[in-house]
Write a protein that binds this ligand. Structure first.
Ligand SMILES: [Mg+2]
Length: 216
């Protein structure tokens, strides 16, 4: 067993790749918005799907948005979240010969639920690691950023749905594929960030980007 594990590791000679979890690997918005709005009888004044900010999208306080999110992560509805279309095929294909790191802004407190959701949709060994930055809570404690994690593992390419994270990663040497959603629209994407509507194109783009890096 030990030997074959070493072998598998050695075969992964491709560049390390970072992927976000929520709405990149597995869906979130489609499940959390209707669940929270019904559970807490909220009446948001805007369509929650148009903003990345739950406080704004649910029309509640910051603390409430954190509490509601935790309740959702621990609900059965969380375990019912489907994978993002095309993500399982693309990520498992990439993971054949690339170390793929899942990097999420979720807090470490929901590690167990998060790993269970990933394990429901992704075969064992797909991810070389799963990292929780906790930026989502943003309670003033010093947390690592996604950029810190990328630097730690030499990740030069990342897949994201958050414009805020893309804006931090792309100008700092992490080419970012941004999955297109209503909540990440802008006229001003940084040079090193590319918008995509599907995982099939992201897969091809990553392989092409890797080739370009190897030619340098
Ligand atoms: Mg996300």
């Amino acid at each position: 067993m030990e030997e074959s594990r070493t072998e598998t590791y050695l075969q992964k000679t491709g560049i390390p790749i970072g992927v976000d979890i929520d709405d990149t690997s597995t869906e979130l918005a489609s499940g959390i918005h209707p669940w929270v709005i019904q559970e807490y009888e909220l009446h948001p004044s805007i369509d929650p799907f148009t903003t990345y900010d739950f406080t704004e999208g649910w029309g509640c306080s910051r603390q409430e948005s954190i509490d509601y999110s935790f309740a959702f992560y621990r609900s059965q509805a969380h375990m019912n979240l489907p994978p993002v279309k095309g993500a399982v095929k693309a990520i498992t294909a990439l993971a054949q010969n690339h170390p793929v790191y899942a990097i999420t802004a979720r807090p470490i407190q929901v590690q167990e639920e998060t790993l269970a959701l990933l394990a429901k949709h992704y075969p064992p060994g797909t991810f070389a690691g799963v990292y929780f930055t906790g930026q989502f809570i943003d309670d003033g404690t010093k947390v690592l950023s996604k950029l810190d994690i990328c630097r730690k593992f030499g990740i030069q390419v990342m897949v994201e749905d958050s414009l805020r994270h893309a804006m931090q990663l792309a100008p700092n040497g992490v080419a970012t594929a941004l999955l297109d959603y209503p909540w990440n629209q802008t006229d001003d994407l940084p040079e090193n960030a590319v918008r995509f509507t599907n995982w099939e194109d992201i897969y091809e783009w990553i392989l092409a980007y890797e080739k370009k890096l190897q030619k340098k």
